[in-house]
Design a protein around this ligand. Sequence first.
Ligand SMILES: [Zn+2]
Ligand SMILES: [Zn+2]
Length: 389
Amino acid sequence: MKATCWMGRNTVEVRNVPDPGIVNARDAVVRVTSTAICGSDLHLYDGYVPTMKKGDILGHEFMGEVVEVGPQVRNLRVGDRVVVPFPIACGNCLSCQNGMYSVCENSNPNAGVAEKLMGHSPAGIFGYSHMLGGYAGGQAEYARVPFADVGPIKVEDGLPDEKVLFLSDILPTGWMGAEMCDIKPGDVIAIWGAGPVGQFAAVSARLMGAERVICIDRLPYRLHHAARAGAETLNYEEVDVLEALREMTAGRGPDACIDAVGMEAHHGNPAMYAYDRTKQATRLETDRPYALRQAILACRNGGTVSVIGVYGGFVDKFPMGAVMNRSLTLRAGQCHVQRYMRPLMDRIRHGDIDPSFVISHRMRLEDAPHAYEMFKNKENECNKVVLTT
Ligand SMILES: [Zn+2]
Ligand SMILES: [Zn+2]
């Protein structure tokens, strides 16, 4: 089959690789019909996630048709259309029983590597480094899906791929980012990063009753998408974000702040950016937490900072004094996608949300190298690329 392979920093190739097959009784094999490139794939592309190996198959946002099932998968049949959640989760462990699927205790065969960096291991993730399981991803013609009896959701009533594909990650991720803010009527929510996840967080915050949502980015087309999703916008290259947010909230600050940027934050304060860039390049710090620092400083006293942008390891100049002295709540997590797929599928079916608005480019799987390059450089107002097979 053809698959998008990581070949080193800034290089992906679509190569011919062996077809996947059933390994365990709870596996399924899916023929991928649509797959997307995620902002977090760019952290791999840019070479910031450790334990990638040359030839690894990328992709954690995909859906398709079941072509094979293991003997213990009784909920799926060959021919079913399914969307596959990006965290691989067993459904039985303490975490899964509590709905915390992205920290499943059984799905990372390389848990020991993750434990060295993080203390305990989170779940395995499709196409996201050996530290997170070394699973082949779904930017390919076929993918093996472990624990297929608990993860994938069936697509019924003929909803097109474009409306349901983002149930695999970015729609639930944006939703959970807003949910962690415990939004009450009248709340003001600020969101750093107006990419697709930030856009979905904005839509979700509005649906949860936020009075005002403010999205922060530097790319006009992303801010435009956010505005269409019902948000006010701030371009951090044009305004002082902390000052602007203070002004917009009678001096108090937003009730909750969402970091939808993660480890490769750009710009902001040039001196601080240079500091983080240098530390990251010399491996003294793994992540550039500029957006997170600003979100913490901006948040009102007693407010919540919700982190859904991906971080890999360590940050420094972390404003712990602000968190502690101002009674902030810090919440974070890779999305527990399995928990949200059914209710969000219902909202899509009822027409509350049409997630396809984020798609800017539709391309063929073979074009993945070009798509990565375009998405990385934000050329052609590239907001979200869907690859079809
Ligand atoms: Zn993703
Ligand atoms: Zn589990």
